[in-house]
Ligand binder design. Sequence first.
Ligand SMILES: Cc1cc2nc3c(=O)[nH]c(=O)nc-3n(C[C@H](O)[C@H](O)[C@H](O)COP(=O)(O)OP(=O)(O)OC[C@H]3O[C@@H](n4cnc5c(N)ncnc54)[C@H](O)[C@@H]3O)c2cc1C
Length: 580
Amino acid sequence: MLDKKTASFMRSLCMGEIEEEILLPYPEPKPAEKETLAAVFQTLRSMLGSREKEFRAWDTAGEFPASFVDELREAGLFSLVIPEAHGGLGLGASAYSRVVQELGKYDASTAVTVGAHSSIGMRGLLLFGTDEQRARYLPRLATGELVAAFCLTEPGAGSDAAGIKTTGVRDGDDWILNGEKLWITNGGIADFFTVFAKTSLEGRGHITAFIVTRDMKGVTTGPHEDKMGIRASSTTTVVLEDVRVPAANVLGEVGKGFKVAMRILNAGRTGLGGGSVGGMKRLIELSVGQARDRVQFGQPIATYATIQQKIGQMVIDCYAAESVVNLVAGLVDRGFEDYAVEAAISKVFSTEALWRTADEALQIAAGQGYMREMPYERVLRDSRINRIFEGTNEILRLFIALTAMQDVAEELKDLSASMRGVFADPIKGFGVLSDYAKRRASLATGLRREKGRWTLLHGSLAAEAALFEEAATALARAADRILRQHGKKIIGEQLATRRLADIMIDLFALAAVLARVSTKIEDHGEASAATEREILRAFARQAKRRVDAALAGIDENEDALVKALAKHVLEVGKYEWDCL
Ligand SMILES: Cc1cc2nc3c(=O)[nH]c(=O)nc-3n(C[C@H](O)[C@H](O)[C@H](O)COP(=O)(O)OP(=O)(O)OC[C@H]3O[C@@H](n4cnc5c(N)ncnc54)[C@H](O)[C@@H]3O)c2cc1C
């Protein structure tokens, strides 16, 4: 029986185990959910379907008119994840992610505005709010009377979020907040801010989350930032000057705000992934139209293999990204609690797939794609932010590998402790040692543990299942070897860690595609999944090649040379090899 509090597919995979019950059957929307979504999509179509010209104008202007934000309010788009009891639509993670996907097809700035409100701005209230706090704010957040923003980043603290300098000092029944938050999405239109402040002057990290509202004296927001993409969405500073916040507005426990921030970001990642998938679907449609219509050398460019390869790859990437995003949202809906690694993978995989797709779509449109009257350049600009916010993809790769390997590290720690303990407590020591020895022996001989195989996948997917199992064994071996080699110093071994993360990302995506195609075959028969079967075949082969390359790169690489070169250039401060 799976423990939904602790079960994680990726953490088990690093130990050489395939916890297939976590992924199978692949989640399907329920009929009632489909009905609700159909109604929401209809609203979106009629509201956004013919606004392309306006979206372009608002991108140029760098902001939405207030009337458009009112339209979003009236359409109920700020109520998506709020429980029905508080006046919201009560969508689960899967349905919500699907709505952001649909928004992403029309306009990324709109998707980000709605997403920042629901995914992160008020998520802390949903996850940690007291009944009183929820009753006080959720109904007004649902109508959009209050739009929400998430305020963590500061001028000196981006990826290093624990290094924030905003302070919260207790004063009687209140807290006094001082500090400046940077690049806050919805900053200009929000009235409800989830603010993180340091509440102890000692050391790093003693952070508390607060609900701050615009009507509190001392809250101001700066002008709209002039951005590369998602230009119409509001991004501003949020300044807090002696803001008196009642203790009743503390979100979660005092001093546990870092955990609050991380839980919010984990939960929010299915929204971002959904937006990326929506963007990809639109780009595929645009590219197909372009490839059919554009004639060169007497034929539509769609007839050329180079163009076909680009479109085929977009479909493979989109299908894989969609499979991952839906799967992770399904985990949330099914009550799994330890999905941080999988959610981070869904963010990295889908945002990079979107970026490749936007780049290739522009390349298919070529010169026309470069012109502002076409949507491609805007979509490309809009897509770029996804690899930066809600955790840069570099930081998330480190997080994925280090978090997923926790159990392996724990086992090694137990092992070294037991080595010491062998003499003091031989029986206890032997127990741990023999478990470890069994696992290592099974990994080394390729004879996997009991759980090292898929048993629930449809039989017709045996080849891809075997490919996955082989790669998973190689991952577990590599994780074990790297951890034994570097021990605690693994934290500083970023390039080895990044390679492990790349392998994990590909394997989770492959697992998601396998689970999805298998469930489709089980439910609707092989014929219905014929094309999806082909997508799986192609993706599995590509993933395998990438995994093999990353595994080989762990032992044979030019890391030392490249790092030395960077060190040299960092010292001299320029490129020194100009020919002239
Ligand atoms: C348009 C926009 C909207 C945003 N919206 C919000 C919002 O609503 N709320 C909010 O709180 N924040 C928001 N942000 C901030 C965003 O989350 C940060 O930009 C992001 O976390 C990265 O921080 P940084 O830009 O300061 O980069 P830095 O942390 O300075 O990183 C710079 C580079 O160094 C790398 N790096 C940093 N540390 C390490 C390390 N230890 N090892 C290896 N590489 C490292 C990073 O990957 C990156 O490539 C927004 C940003 C933008 C641009």
